[in-house]
Design a binder for this molecule. Structure first.
Ligand code: FAD
Ligand code: NAI
Length: 474
C-alpha cells in the first residue's frame, strides 16, 4: 500500500530541501526524495549546490586565496614565510569535509522537521490530481501517494558538441573541483560564472589559465563599467581571457587541443593539460518519467511553470534550476518556500527584481536590479553615484582597494534602480542594497543612514551620497 503524503518533493537541492522543510513546518506530511550519493553509496542531499557547486567552489576559492595571500600579500603586512608549500590533497580533503558537513546538516534538518527522506530516484508512476503516484527506485522500490508534488530536479552541465566530458581531460564543474595536481596549462571554455571562479582557483594555485568566450562582450549580464574593470583586473591577475571566439574541434591525447577562430576570425590552436567546459547548464528532467503523466516541458527543456511555479498539472509544482529564471541557489530556495506557502493556503511570492547576483572572484562582483545599459535601452532617466574602494579606510587597511560601488537611482523620484559592486566582500555588502530595494528606498535613504566606521559598507553610503553629488571622502 502506497504511503500517503500531503507533499512529495523530488530533489533535495536548495530548491527541494528548503521546500520540504518549509512544508513540514507548515504542518504538511512531507517526503523528500533525492538520488545523489557519496562515493561509498551514502545519501548526499543538497544537490548541485552542496555537492559540486556553491559550497565546494567557495571552499576552494577561500583556500586558494589564502595560499595566494601567503605567497604574494603577507610580506606587505610584514609577515615573512619561508618554505611555503601547497598541499593540494589536503585542500581538496578540506573541501570534501565542508561538503559532508552540509550533507549531514540537511539530513539533521529533515529529521528535526519530520521530513521523511527517501534515497533513490523519484519518478511519476501515474495517479491523478490530489493523488499522484511517485515511485522511488531503491532497495526495494516503493510507491508514495502525494496530494502535491514539487519537482526540484535541478540542472546538469552542458557539454561542447563533439567534446564529451571524460572526467580526465575534459572536465565539467565536478571535475574542475577535483583536479588532483595543479595543471601547468588550463583551458576554460566559457567566461561565465563557473569559468571565472574556477579559473581564479587554479590560477592562484599556479596554473596558466586561458579562457575562451564566444560572446564579443565580456560578462554581458553585468554592468558594463563593472565588466570593463573586472576584465582589467582579471587580465592583470594572469587570466588570459579571449572574447568573440568560435570554438571548433577539440581533440584529446596526452593533452587537449582546442581549435578555434579568434575575435578577428584567425584560426588558432590552444593546447592545454586540462580543459574545463563551463558553457551553461541544462534543466534536468531525465528519469522523472514526466511523459507518463503529461507534465509539460518548454522548447528549451525547462518544466513550464507560471509565475507561482504551477505546472500544467493540478497540484504539481516545479522550482529552481529546472524552471525558467536565473540558475541560483537562493532563487531556488525562495521559490521552494513560496510553493510550500501556497500549498498550505498562505501567500508566497518571489521578487525577481531583487535577486542578487554574486561572482566570487577577487575582487568579488555583486549586483542587484538594473544595469546602466538596461536603463539606457529601456529609456529610463536615471542618476548615477559612484565611490571607489581606494578612498575607503577599511579597504586600505585590508590592502584590498580595487573596484567601486555604483548606485543607479531614478532621476525624478531617487528610487534605487540598481546597485553594482566590484570590490572586497561585495557578496556581503550587496545585502544592504537588496534590503533597500525591497523596501523601495531612495538613494538618499541610504545616504542618510549611519554606517559603522571603518567599514566597507561606508562605500555604499558614499556611493548613495554621490548620487546627489554630495560625496564626503572623495
Ligand atoms: P540542484 O541543486 O541541482 O538539486 C537537484 C537535486 O535533485 C540533485 O540532488 C539531484 O540528484 C536530484 N534529482 C534529480 N532528479 C532526480 C530524481 N528523478 N529523483 C531523485 N532525485 C533527483 N548558485 C548560487 O546561488 N551561488 C553560488 O555560489 C553558486 N555556485 C555554483 C558553482 C558551481 C560550480 C555550480 C555548478 C553551480 C553554482 N550555483 C551557485 C548554482 C546552484 O548550484 C544552483 O542554482 C542550485 O543548486 C539549484 O538548486 P536546485 O534545487 O534547483 O537543483
Ligand atoms: P554561464 O551562463 O554563467 O556562462 C557560460 C558562458 O559560456 C557564457 O559567457 C557563454 O557566452 C559562454 N559560451 C556558451 N557557449 C560557448 C561556446 N561554445 N564557446 C565559448 N563560450 C561559450 O554558465 P556557467 O558558468 O556554466 O554556470 C552555469 C550556471 O551556474 C550559471 O548560470 C549560474 O547561474 C550558476 N553559477 C552561479 C554561481 C554564483 O552564483 N556565484 C557560480 C557558478 C555557477
Amino acid at each position: 500500500m502506497a504511503k500517503l503524503f500531503d507533499v512529495v518533493v523530488i530533489g533535495a537541492g536548495p530548491g527541494g530541501y528548503i521546500a520540504a522543510i518549509r512544508a513540514a513546518q507548515l504542518g504538511l506530511a512531507t517526503a523528500c526524495i533525492d538520488e545523489w550519493k557519496t562515493a561509498d553509496g551514502k545519501p548526499a542531499p543538497g544537490g548541485t549546490c552542496t555537492n559540486v557547486g556553491c559550497i565546494p567552489s567557495k571552499a576552494l576559492l577561500q583556500s586558494s586565496e589564502n595560499y595566494h595571500h601567503a605567497a604574494h600579500a603577507f610580506s606587505d603586512h610584514g609577515i615573512q614565510i619561508k618554505g611555503l608549500a601547497l598541499d593540494l590533497a589536503q585542500m581538496l580533503r578540506r573541501k570534501d569535509k565542508v561538503v559532508r558537513q552540509n550533507n549531514e546538516g540537511i539530513l539533521f534538518l529533515f529529521k528535526k522537521n519530520k521530513v521523511a527522506f527517501y534515497h533513490g530516484r523519484g519518478s511519476f508512476a501515474g495517479g491523478k490530481a490530489g493523488a499522484w503516484d511517485i515511485k522511488v527506485a531503491g532497495k526495494p522500490d516503493e510507491t508514495l501517494s502525494a496530494k502535491h508534488v514539487i519537482v526540484a530536479t535541478g540542472s546538469t552541465p552542458r557539454a561542447l558538441p563533439g567534446a564529451a566530458f571524460d572526467d580526465k581531460l575534459i572536465l565539467d564543474n565536478d571535475g574542475a573541483l577535483a583536479i588532483p595536481e595543479v595543471p601547468k596549462r588550463l583551458g576554460v571554455i566559457g567566461a561565465g560564472v563557473i569559468g571565472l571562479e574556477m579559473g581564479s582557483v587554479w590560477r592562484r594555485l599556479g596554473a596558466e589559465v586561458v579562457i575562451l568566450e564566444a560572446l564579443p562582450a565580456f560578462l554581458g549580464a553585468a554592468d558594463e563599467q563593472v565588466a570593463r574593470e573586472a576584465l582589467k583586473i582579471f587580465t592583470k591577475q594572469g587570466l588570459g581571457i579571449h572574447t568573440g571566439v568560435k570554438v571548433g574541434k577539440v581533440t584529446t591525447g596526452r593533452d587537449v587541443r582546442v581549435e578555434y577562430a579568434d575575435g578577428v576570425g584567425k584560426a588558432q590552436t590552444l593546447t592545454v593539460d586540462k580543459l574545463i567546459v563551463s558553457i551553461g547548464r541544462m534543466p534536468n528532467t531525465e528519469g522523472l518519467n514526466a511523459g507518463a503523466v503529461g507534465l509539460k516541458v518548454d522548447e528549451r527543456g525547462f518544466i513550464a511553470v507560471d509565475d507561482e511555479c504551477r505546472t500544467n498539472l493540478p497540484n504539481v509544482w516545479a522550482v529552481g534550476d529546472v524552471v525558467r529564471g536565473p540558475m541560483l541557489a537562493h532563487k531556488a530556495e525562495e521559490e521552494g518556500v513560496a510553493v510550500a506557502e501556497h500549498i498550505a493556503g498562505k501567500h508566497g511570492h518571489v521578487d525577481f527584481n531583487t535577486i542578487p547576483w554574486v561572482i566570487y572572484t577577487s575582487p568579488e562582483i555583486a549586483w542587484v536590479g538594473k544595469t546602466e545599459q538596461q536603463l539606457r535601452s529601456e529609456g529610463v532617466r536615471y542618476k548615477a553615484g559612484q565611490f571607489p574602494f581606494m578612498a575607503n579606510g577599511r579597504a586600505r587597511a585590508l590592502g584590498d582597494t580595487a573596484g567601486f560601488v555604483k548606485f543607479l537611482a531614478d532621476e525624478k523620484t531617487d528610487r534605487i534602480l540598481g546597485v553594482h559592486i566590484i570590490g572586497p566582500m561585495a557578496s556581503e555588502t550587496i545585502a544592504e542594497a537588496v534590503v533597500a530595494m525591497e523596501f523601495r528606498a531612495s538613494a538618499e535613504d541610504i545616504a542618510l543612514i549611519c554606517h559603522a566606521h571603518p567599514s566597507l559598507s561606508e562605500a555604499m553610503k558614499e556611493a548613495a551620497l554621490a548620487v546627489a553629488q554630495r560625496s564626503l571622502n572623495v
